[in-house]
Design a binder for this molecule. Structure first.
Ligand code: G3P
Ligand code: MG
Length: 248
């Protein structure tokens, strides 16, 4: 696997409507070599890209994503809430997103962001879609793909059913023995909230344990430079164009 360096959070969330194909294209244009996006299931069991459990914040729909099938979700506008210029953007399926990433040669950080109670089903469905489009051999042939989740149950399914695909554990708070979960799940990468990386020694501790480090969400150029100088492998940012200067 070739690790990414600059991961666009939900695409280029600062300048385009998050988790849309427009946002993913923007991230590529702005210098990201990978995009992060959130996968959950819709009513027909297909994996779609949407951050929240419910539709209101980032579309003109209402209610849970899980209540609508893909055809109904596709009727919604997922861009106009951000700016009129993006009206008509739709909620992407995972399959559409993978196709775009292949076209643009973008890496994929596929976050399993399940509806309540659907961690395992979401991981299974995402894995099936990835393998149907990219084959079954994981990082040996595919390049930069990593599945991540805050939910150990999702990563466990991936560990069992698709062990060759790289896994990353997301963590939003420091705990005692905080790397143990990632070790148990045989993760290749550790995705902490950037605030948890408070000093160089913390980064060194994670590196010494053998993980790639992809902190989220880093939107300040100086901070990105500091983290990269400390040894993180990539930063996850809402604004790849801004943060790309830290990679020079
Ligand atoms: O994967 C990094 C980040 O996306 C995790 O948090 O809530 O933005 O999906 P969230
Ligand atoms: Mg996410």
């Amino acid at each position: 696997m070739k690790p990414p360096r600059l991961i666009g959070h939900r695409g280029a969330k600062a300048v385009a409507p998050e988790n849309t194909l427009a946002s993913f294209r923007q991230a590529a244009e702005d210098g990201a070599d990978c995009i992060e996006f959130d996968v959950r299931l819709c009513a027909d069991g297909g994996p779609v890209i949407f951050h929240d459990d419910t539709l209101e914040r980032t579309s003109d729909g209402t209610g849970p994503v899980a209540d609508l099938d893909l055809a109904a979700l596709k009727q919604l506008d997922a861009g106009g809430w951000f700016a009129a210029a993006f009206s008509g953007e739709t909620i992407p399926s995972l399959a559409e997103t993978i196709a775009l990433c292949r076209d643009l040669e973008l890496g994929m950080n596929i976050e399993i962001k399940p509806n309540p109670g659907e961690a395992q089903a979401t991981a299974m469905a995402a894995l099936a879609t990835v393998e149907s489009l990219l084959g079954r051999r994981g990082y040996e042939t595919v390049g930069s793909v990593v599945f991540s989740s805050f939910e150990p149950a999702a990563l466990e399914v991936l560990q069992q059913e698709g062990p060759l695909w790289p896994r990353g554990l997301l963590l939003d708070e420091r705990r005692s023995n905080w790397l143990a979960g990632a070790q148990r799940l045989q993760c290749v990468s550790f995705h902490p909230a950037a605030e948890l990386l408070d000093r160089r020694e913390t980064v060194e501790e994670i590196k010494a344990a053998g993980f790639l480090i992809y902190p989220y969400t880093v939107n300040d150029l100086d901070r990105a430079g500091e983290l990269l100088a400390w040894g993180v492998d990539a930063v996850i940012t809402d604004d790849p164009r801004l943060i790309s200067a830290a990679l020079c």
